[in-house]
Design a binder for this molecule. Structure first.
Ligand SMILES: NC(=O)c1ccc[n+]([C@@H]2O[C@H](COP(=O)([O-])OP(=O)(O)OC[C@H]3O[C@@H](n4cnc5c(N)ncnc54)[C@H](O)[C@@H]3O)[C@@H](O)[C@H]2O)c1
Length: 348
């Protein structure tokens, strides 16, 4: 029975990490820490285990693994501390806020021999897993292009705070581009089995404001044109200003047809062939932020996948090194938007 700690007891810990660990029969929630007093206590009351006053005390409490669910700026320092303490780490996305920090996390994992997994849950959604299988099997011929979108009304609906830290340049560092864009960028790597090596981006704050009417400090929209090493070209639009239903769709266009993921309310995946035939798969639907904050929940498989890695002694497929490839694209997109030219991504 693996002993688990959670560092950062906010929304993602509340709606995903804690309940999914609690449901997994091979682990036990044993320790909690949050920099805001009282938050860790309420998790300990609900799930058992102990609330700690410092991260060091938590890491000294004989844990096997921790989830790092703090604000973006704290991911690297906490993850490295935990790895150096000999504990496996599941860190939320975006992995870190600088490339140097991403590299330091990967190095810390390699030095410690402990696992570092990043919470890129889009890879585990059933329609995405099926789409990758179909692409690999040649179902839509040679992949030519894609269009991926992730948009919702903004993180203030998720955290319930109009002055959310997600809008604070110092704590979030990035806006929608990395918050949502890292999900879809990593997903394109997963679906294509390739890496993005060229980026042209517009990253802007179009509408989102603080309660006093001043614009937020980070971007609320990003529009990117991506090109993979193998020559697949596509677009990504991510947004915190879709003031209606969430859009979490990805469409892949090949020489023999089209695959639509999460682009239809009934069918999670639709294959349209060049000959006019259509195959529809119900699978699951993505749980929107709105559904999750009102108590609706589907298992994201992130926690089960992480615990499975520990059980089977198999390094996570969504490792720090793998997730860093998407982070490199995010940094390149920010540079492209700032300097208004196409940026080449060094993917080794
Ligand atoms: N995988 C996903 O789809 C997904 C969805 C939402 C959020 N996230 C990520 O999860 C992380 C947390 O987001 P959230 O929505 O839960 O935010 P939140 O504000 O609800 O929770 C963050 C918690 O971390 C605590 N915290 C911040 N810095 C800390 C530090 N240095 N040490 C200890 N505690 C600290 C805060 O007090 C707060 O309780 C973010 O990085 C976010 O990008 C991922």
């Amino acid at each position: 029975m693996y002993r688990i700690g959670i560092i950062g007891c906010g929304k993602i810990a509340e709606v995903r990490h804690a309940p999914e660990y609690a449901e997994n029969p091979n682990c036990k929630l044993a320790a909690f820490f949050d920099e805001i007093p009282g938050r860790a206590d309420s998790f300990a009351q609900k799930y058992g285990g102990k609330a700690f006053d410092t991260i060091d005390e938590l890491l000294a409490s004989d844990l096997d693994a921790v989830s790092v669910c703090a604000a973006n700026i704290a991911h690297a320092a906490i993850s490295i501390k935990a790895l150096e303490a000999g504990v496996h780490v599941l860190c939320e996305k975006p992995m870190a806020t600088t490339l140097e920090d991403c590299e330091a996390m990967v190095l810390a994992a390699e030095k410690s021999g402990k696992y570092l997994m990043i919470g890129q849950n889009q890879r585990l959604a059933r329609a995405h897993v099926k789409a990758r299988e179909l692409i690999q099997a040649g179902e839509i011929g040679k992949l030519l292009s894609f269009r991926t979108t992730f948009g919702h009304p903004g993180p203030e609906g998720w955290t319930g705070q109009k002055n959310s830290w997600f809008f604070d340049k110092k704590r979030a560092v990035f806006g929608a581009m990395a918050d949502l864009g890292v999900h879809k960028t990593d997903l394109i790597h997963f679906l294509t089995g390739d890496v993005i090596t060229e980026v042209t981006a517009h990253v802007s704050t179009l509408d989102k404001k603080y309660p006093d009417g001043s614009p937020i400090q980070v971007d609320d929209n990003a529009f990117c044109i991506y090109r993979t090493r193998g020559g697949v070209i596509g677009t990504m639009h991510v947004s915190w200003t879709f003031y209606g239903n969430e859009d979490n769709s990805t469409i892949l266009y090949g020489t023999d047809g089209i695959i639509r993921c999460y682009n239809d309310p009934k069918y999670a995946l639709i294959v349209e062939k060049k000959d006019g035939s259509r195959i529809c798969y119900e699978l699951d639907q993505m749980t929107s932020n709105k559904e999750q904050t009102s108590g609706g929940r589907t298992n994201t498989m992130v926690i089960d996948t992480f615990i499975d890695c520990l059980l089977k002694k198999t390094p996570p497929a969504i490792s720090g090194r793998e997730a860093m490839k998407a982070m490199k694209v995010i940094f390149a997109a920010e540079k492209s938007a700032e300097q208004r030219y196409t940026v080449t991504v060094d993917q080794e």
